[in-house]
Each structure stands twice: as structure tokens, then as C-alpha cells.
Write a protein that binds this ligand. Structure first.
Ligand code: G3I
Length: 334
């Protein structure tokens, strides 16, 4: 087969990688899954899909649990993979009850944020290539801040505080490689209101001399409805023009009706994957591509969008889809 990570490295990227969700999802006991995930010719990087999120790492106030995240650190170390660490501050998905329900004052909530960031960044240390510091802060429609306990209590300052605390936590790590600090979001892969709003937040961080190193372009796309390669390349260049690197962080391309698929729809999906990967290949500062898990059996999509899916590079039985080969061609520049 084409070895996707080997091809990515040959194309000058740091990695071709995958999210992984263990322990507890069945991935950890599936030998085929493990064999493919561990093969660094295929995946040179992993992102924990859930194990480093707030509810996983600090389920109760100041009680930290690194069990899941440490498994990912071990996988990365054992197989020579990069690790993207995901994520520190997010408005929904897996925020601990004590944060949501505490009726905290602004001072109390910013102290909770700082304590979380100090501990989690401190624990995983230089094992992380990067941290997604703030995840999905913006509304789709107009690019304003999405409501959340963070925003509702601290206002827009929550965003800047998160990066400031992350900068301080990274600076406090022992000498050696330091994780880069990323903003990560979806629907900012091509020009539009939300992408412009993200650019403005980056400019504001820079005006305040707060560190940000990269933008994560999630890239959860729909078959036949993926932005054009030219638009994706233009938006990458817009972020790069601000002095940042970019990465494709959560790529998948879902069918909106799994019971209405055919060879044509899988060919369109393959072209959609190709366009996304090719737009990273042609921007030097796009440092890598990560799929949001690689096998349909473990995709997040059917659980969130019932009836949708078949989005990943491998079918549920671990056979490769046409998209797998088209990604290989995009990496080879074919
Ligand atoms: O761990 C529990 C398990 O004990 C329980 O039996 C089961 C029953 O529902 O739920 C399990 O937790 C689930 C968890 O994934 C672990 O698999 C949660 O319900 C489920 O909500 C959670 O979904 C995750 C989602 O983020 C949360 O918003 C997905 O796995 C994860 O892939 C997804 O990842 C996000 C990125 O972080 C940010 N960008 C979008 C992306 C896709 O939604």
C-alpha cells in the first residue's frame, strides 16, 4: 500500500497522523486497529480524541487524572510518533460539571482555568508537539464568540487569558522542546466570516504580545460539499501571512446518507480528501495532516449525526477506501 506518513515526510511535512480514542472504546482491544495505528509508516502522529480533554483530566476540581493521556504518550513514544495534545479550553464537549455548575465569579473561574492549564501542560510537558489551547470558540454564522461558561463569565477575555496562561505554563517547563500553542476550529478552512474572525483574534493576541504559534484546521467535511482546493490554500496562506504555521487536524469526509452510497460517491469522497491534502502539500507552513480516526467502525459521526458516516480512510472491516489511495497521490503530488 502507499505508506501515508512516509509519503508525507517525503513531501516535507512532519506527519500524516490520526486521532485515536482509547482506552474504553474497543480500539484498544482490536488487534487490527492497533496494528495499523502503531505502524508509523502509515501514521506518524496521534491526537487523543478525548483522553486529554477537561473532563478526562480534571473530572473534579483539582483532582487530576492522566491515565488515558499517558496511554497516548506511551503509544507515541513506543512507535516514534508525534503527539498533538487536545485540548485545554473548550466551551462544550467534555467540560467538567464542577466548571459548568459552580456559579463561579470571574476571578474564581480564571483561577480554575489557570490551575487546569498549569497542571495539564506541566504533566504532559515536552511530550506534546503542540496544544490546542482554545478549541472552537466561534459561532458558525457570524464569527462571534459562542456562548459558554467561559464566555458568559469572563467575556472575550477568556480567549486571551487561556493563551496567556498556556504561554506561562509552557515557559515554566524544563529546558528543551516546548509545545506550540494552537487555536483549533472548524469552518475556518476556507475564506469566510468565521475565518476572518479567527484571523482577528490572532491579530489581537499578537497586539497583546501573547504567544500563538499555529492554527488547526479541523476539516470535518461532507462528500461533494468540501471547499475547493484553491480556497483552502488561500486560507492557509492567510494564516501563514500572520506568521503562524497551520495543520489539518481532524480531517474526515462524511456521507450524509450512509444508505445512499455507491462507487460514484466514494470517488467524490476520494477527490474531496485529495483536495484537502493537496492544499496542505502546497503550503510549506502546513506542517501535517491528521484524520479524525481512520476506521469507520470508530468514527464519531454516526453517534453525532445519525444516518451519516462512512467518512474515514478505512471501511469498518479495515479495507482501504479509494480515499486512502487518493491521499497517497496527493502526498506524492500526482
Ligand atoms: O466514555 C463514555 C462512556 O463511558 C459511555 O458509556 C458512552 C455513552 O455515550 O459515552 C462515552 O463518552 C463519549 C466520548 O466521546 C468517548 O467515546 C461521549 O458520550 C461522546 O460525547 C464523546 O464524543 C466525542 C466528542 O468530541 C465530544 O464532543 C468524540 O468521541 C470525539 O471524537 C469528538 O471530537 C471532537 C473534537 O474534540 C473537536 N472537534 C470536533 C470533534 C468531533 O466532534
Amino acid at each position: 500500500p502507499p505508506y501515508l506518513n512516509d509519503l508525507a515526510v517525503a513531501a516535507g511535512k512532519l506527519w500524516f497522523g490520526s486521532a485515536t480514542d482509547q482506552p474504553g472504546t474497543g480500539e484498544d482491544t482490536n488487534i487490527l486497529y492497533q496494528t495499523i495505528l502503531n505502524d508509523t509508516h502509515i501514521f506518524g502522529q496521534i491526537t487523543p480524541a478525548n483522553a486529554m480533554k477537561f473532563v478526562s483530566t480534571e473530572p473534579e476540581q483539582n483532582v487530576f487524572n492522566y491515565t488515558g493521556g499517558d496511554i497516548d504518550v506511551a503509544i507515541a513514544k513506543d512507535h516514534g510518533k508525534y503527539l498533538r495534545c487536545h485540548n485545554l479550553v473548550w466551551q462544550n464537549g467534555q467540560l467538567s460539571d464542577f466548571v459548568i455548575n459552580g456559579n463561579w465569579s470571574a476571578d474564581e473561574l480564571s483561577a480554575i482555568m489557570k490551575n487546569h492549564i498549569d497542571n495539564v501542560v506541566g504533566h504532559f510537558g515536552s511530550n506534546c508537539y503542540s496544544w490546542d489551547v482554545v478549541n472552537e470558540a466561534l459561532n458558525d454564522v457570524n464569527g462571534s464568540f459562542a456562548p459558554s461558561v467561559w464566555y458568559d463569565t469572563l467575556g472575550p477575555e477568556y480567549f486571551f487569558l487561556a493563551f496567556q496562561y498556556a504561554q506561562e505554563a509552557v515557559a515554566a517547563l524544563p529546558a528543551g522542546p516546548k509545545p506550540k500553542l494552537y487555536y483549533n476550529d472548524y469552518n475556518i478552512e476556507s475564506p469566510g466570516t468565521k475565518a476572518t474572525a479567527a484571523e482577528n483574534l490572532i491579530k489581537e493576541l499578537q497586539a497583546r504580545n501573547i504567544q500563538i504559534d499555529g492554527v488547526g484546521l479541523e476539516s470535518h467535511f461532507i462528500v461533494g460539499n468540501t471547499p475547493s482546493r484553491a480556497n483552502m490554500t488561500a486560507q492557509k496562506q492567510a494564516f501563514v501571512a500572520l506568521g503562524l504555521e497551520v495543520a489539518i487536524t481532524e480531517l474526515d469526509v462524511r456521507h450524509v446518507q450512509v444508505n445512499a452510497t455507491n462507487s460514484t460517491s466514494f470517488a467524490i469522497q476520494a477527490q474531496n480528501y485529495y483536495d484537502s491534502v493537496a492544499s496542505c502539500v502546497e503550503v510549506d507552513e502546513c506542517i501535517g495532516i491528521t484524520v479524525w480516526d481512520f476506521d469507520d467502525q470508530y468514527s464519531w459521526i454516526p453517534g453525532t449525526f445519525p444516518g451519516q458516516g462512512l467518512a474515514d480512510l478505512y471501511n469498518a472491516d479495515f479495507t482501504r477506501k479509494p480515499a486512502y489511495y487518493s491521499v497517497g497521490e496527493a502526498l506524492e503530488g500526482v
